[in-house]
Design a binder for this molecule. Structure first.
Ligand code: ADP
Ligand code: ASP
Ligand code: MG
Length: 813
């Protein structure tokens, strides 16, 4: 004998029911079949909703009833040949009329007890099982319908009734032996008490109905047919990379379902486990897929079999100095909760015995406080115990696996993966079987936690980094092109999937959690929403995706202002924007501190020398204990370009324009020409070398005449033209000494300055061409001969590649 159970989606339409009929007919060729079905998907919720509305005097329940009736009648019309429809239609109509009578009763009385609700929801399964039974018989396959309420006896704990197995097993056996039918159809979920009043077995309870039947008849197997191809390593609605678990032990399946894997209703395993009946989880819509087999053993080679989570948890803490060393506190606590029928989901106790912490469903929290405070009334009055504390909006995330007990360090890996992603753990619990490690986290973090852990334990093959990029100018465009070009390489060689989730420029913004298509990002962005930085940032924070990196490829101070709010949510920041790192010392220090505290990289290598490894090399020196005494540097690609190209034959303004057109300058070229940009860079280097410096402390020996500093960028070009003689004189003077002009940044013993210098041919800085940058580091270890970093220090392509490298560093933290 086989017991098959089909869930709500499998019964969700005439098409789906036809599939079910085919599957069952195939099975019935080899064995007798007991078929248990759920209500059509969504029906139980709709019925409950009708009841609530009716009880609240809201007449709109009638519209919902109409919807339910139409859906069922339409299904019959598509499912059953016209000639045989009328009797089925009238059965369905009759059941729907009964539902209406019940709802009208609730509406009149303005009251709906759990008992009434059970009666009301029972119609979902009554309807679906009636329909599929008719489908068999109309199709020439004989089947018999049996009311599960005549077989399954429970107590009167409506909505979550407890089965009386002695009576139930006997009734099932008697019935099954009395019928010679090969296919028996039963409604799942419903049962009855000693007075024949309808009860239900808890939401999702049709699985349990099937398991009770399977155990009672010693079935050869129980098959749970649903809409996924088996039990998966995590909830597939949250973790797109979740994988099917081909084989799993009863204990693991129980732990996973108890901790939230909705695919099986938790009590389902118990009856079949004691009879050693294998349970299959199969997909109605892909019947050929292997599915999952749940049995005595697990073939899993993974240490972790699956990850699940429970929402709506409240943590109750009983604390007090009077508890230490005195036995009996915990038994009184648990007795109080048990007497109030409050189910304890998780327990932890600190070794100091100063507190006990239990997790319960949030719906029971207020009641728990009432009964526990009452139980410890005396101790609370005498200050030995504090009143029960309740913390809500919590969830549990649990790792499950039989193999865990043979391996050390799993909890360490779990907690550090969560920690790296800024997920705070409120409490932890590990069962003594070591089959389950549970962590309590904020509900806002639970989806992220499940993904982080899935990545940690199942996706060594691939890690996903989620990027939010602001700025689609020269550098931004090049960065997107490089990301597009390298996506395949990164997946293959670094096992890194770079997912561009958000993109924004000053006009438009776009967010797509599944990744923005880099082949047409510009078109997609143009059709995006009007950009709003605050909304963009809030949506990054709210999404709370793992490995999130915010990438600032602008030069905009407003954008730099949002870094702190991101870092403190453990979101990494990569910036080619120099504003933050060169802002007030306090702000720079705050950002650095947030980066350390929240384990979120704050990387800005491209702030100095574009893609050249300048800041990274300096950081390496400092981390390994070196000390920087002096730095000599040419750090402005723009000024280098300008002074390498200007020889008095072409106007100075034209050469500056060329530098701007070729993309070397800041959007406002005066920032380069005035020396401000170089000041920012030497300031950043000094700070990274451990010096507490402000911008105002840097001496700037500028060369721009006053007249060039005022007005707009256009005014600036005009003014430069008028001052051509001034620039020519500067050039001629250097030329006469056989020197080149270099705009040099110096740092010496804690002091920094920038300015134009005449550089003779034998000088280290002389041979510097085009837009090259160079930095000479003189340190404890590099005393006479400096460490030199030199190369192209400006340009969109190299800057973008420096930003890219920072992104990879942030991703691999
Ligand atoms: P049915 O109506 O067939 O009983 P359910 O909706 O109760 O189906 O359960 C199946 C759903 O459970 C799947 O569609 C899936 O989204 C969800 N689910 C949650 N966790 C898991 C998991 N670990 N493995 C498989 N499915 C899961
Ligand atoms: N129809 C019931 C519910 O939705 C039982 C089930 O589907 O298993 O909870
Ligand atoms: Mg279910």
């Amino acid at each position: 004998m086989l017991v098959l159970k089909f869930g709500g989606t499998s019964m969700g339409s005439a098409e789906a029911i036809k599939q079910v009929v085919e599957i069952v007919k195939e099975k019935a060729k080899e064995s007798s079949v007991i078929l248990v079905v759920s209500a059509m998907s969504g029906t139980t919720d709709l019925l409950l909703n009708c009841g609530t509305k009716a009880a609240n005097d809201d007449e709109s329940y009638k519209e919902i009833l109409k919807q339910i009736e139409t859906r069922h009648l339409d299904t019959v019309k598509s499912l059953i040949p016209v000639q045989q429809q009328s009797s089925v239609l009238s059965m369905v109509k009759k059941l729907c009329n009964e539902i209406e009578d019940i709802c009208n009763g609730i509406y009149l009385l303005n009251e709906s007890s759990l008992r009434t609700k059970d009666k009301l929801v029972s119609y979902g399964e009554l309807l679906s099982s009636t329909m599929i039974n008719a489908a068999f018989n109309s199709n020439g396959t004989s089947a018999v319908w049996k009311d599960a309420r005549e077989l399954i006896r429970t107590n009167s704990n409506y909505s979550n009734a407890i089965v009386d197995f002695a009576i139930t097993n006997q009734q099932i056996k008697d019935f099954v032996s009395s019928t010679s039918q090969k296919i028996i159809v039963l409604p799942g979920f419903i049962a009855s008490d000693a007075d024949n009043i309808t009860t239900t077995l808890g939401r999702g309870g049709s699985d349990y109905t099937a398991a009770i039947l399977a155990a009672a008849v010693d079935a050869s197997a129980l098959e749970i047919w649903t809409d996924v191809s088996g039990m998966m390593t995590a909830d597939p609605r949250w973790v797109p990379n979740a994988k099917i678990i081909p084989s799993i032990s009863y204990q693991e399946a129980m732990e996973l379902s108890h901790f939230g894997a909705k695919v099986i209703y938790p009590p389902t395993i118990q009856p079949v486990l004691s009879k050693n009946i294998p349970v299959w989880v199969k997909n109605t819509f892909a019947a050929k897929d292997h599915g999952t087999v749940i049995e005595n053993k697990s073939d899993s080679t993974n240490i972790i079999t699956g990850i699940s989570s429970i929402n709506s948890l409240a943590l109750l803490s009983l604390e007090g100095s009077g508890m230490i060393g005195i036995p009996g506190f915990s038994s009184r606590l648990f007795a109080a909760l048990a007497n109030a029928q409050i189910n304890v989901i998780l327990i932890t106790q600190g070794s100091s015995e100063h507190s006990i912490c239990v997790g319960v469903d949030v719906a029971s929290a207020a009641r728990a406080k009432e009964v526990v405070d009452k139980t410890f009334e005396y101790e609370i009055a005498t200050d030995k115990v504090d009143p029960l504390q309740i913390e809500e909006k919590l969830s549990i995330v649990a790792l499950v696996g039989d193999q865990m007990r043979h391996h050390t360090g799993i909890s360490g890996r779990m907690f550090s993966a969560l920690g790296r992603n800024g997920i705070n753990i409120r409490a932890i619990a590990q069962g003594s079987t070591e089959r389950n490690i549970s962590a309590v986290v904020a509900t806002d973090d639970v989806r992220k936690a499940v993904n982080v852990l899935h990545e940690e334990f199942f996706e060594t093959i691939q890690k996903q980094v989620n990027l939010f990029i602001v700025g689609t100018g020269n550098v931004g465009k090049r960065l997107l092109a490089q990301l597009k070009q390298q996506q395949g390489f990164l997946e293959q060689h670094l096992r890194l999937h770079v997912n561009i989730v958000g993109l924004s420029n000053s006009r438009k913004m776009l967010i797509n959690e599944n990744g923005i298509d880099l082949n047409k990002w510009d078109e997609l962005l143009q059709n995006g929403e009007v950009s709003n930085l605050d909304q963009f940032v809030q949506s990054i924070i709210k999404r709370n995706l793992r490995n999130s990196v915010f990438v600032d490829v602008t030069a905009n101070a407003v954008i730099a202002d949002v870094y702190a709010s991101l870092l403190e949510k453990s979101i990494a920041v990569v910036a080619c924007n120099k504003v933050a790192a060169s802002s007030k010392l306090n702000n720079y220090k705050k950002l650095k501190h947030l980066s350390t505290e929240f384990n979120a990289p704050f990387l800005f290598e491209t702030n100095v020398g574009a893609g050249l490894p300048i800041i990274g090399s300096l950081n390496d020196l400092m981390r390994s204990g070196d000390r920087v005494h002096r730095m000599e540097a040419v750090l402005s690609g723009t000024l280098n370009f300008v002074f390498n190209h200007y020889d008095g034959t072409r106007p100075f303004a034209d050469v500056v324009k060329q530098a701007q057109d070729e993309g070397y300058t800041e959007p406002d070229p005066r920032l380069d020409l005035s020396g401000t940009d170089v000041m920012r860079k030497i300031l950043i280097l000094a700070r990274e070398a451990g010096v507490q410096m402000e911008m105002e402390e840097i001496t700037c020996n500028g060369f721009l005449p006053e007249s060039c500093v005022k007005g707009s960028v256009a005014d600036f070009y005009e003014a430069m033209k008028k001052e051509e003689a001034h620039f020519k004189a500067i050039f001629d003077k250097a030329h006469a000494e056989n020197c080149k002009l270099k705009f040099v940044a110096s740092f010496n013993d804690g002091k920094a300055s920038v300015g134009l210098q005449h550089i003779p041919p034998q000088h280290d800085l002389y041979h510097l061409y085009g837009k090259d940058n160079v930095v000479l580091f003189y340190t404890d270890r590099y005393k006479e001969q400096p460490m030199v970093v030199k190369g192209a220090g400006a340009g969109a392509e190299v800057t973008a590649s420096g930003v890219f490298a920072d992104i990879l560093r942030a991703a691999q933290k």
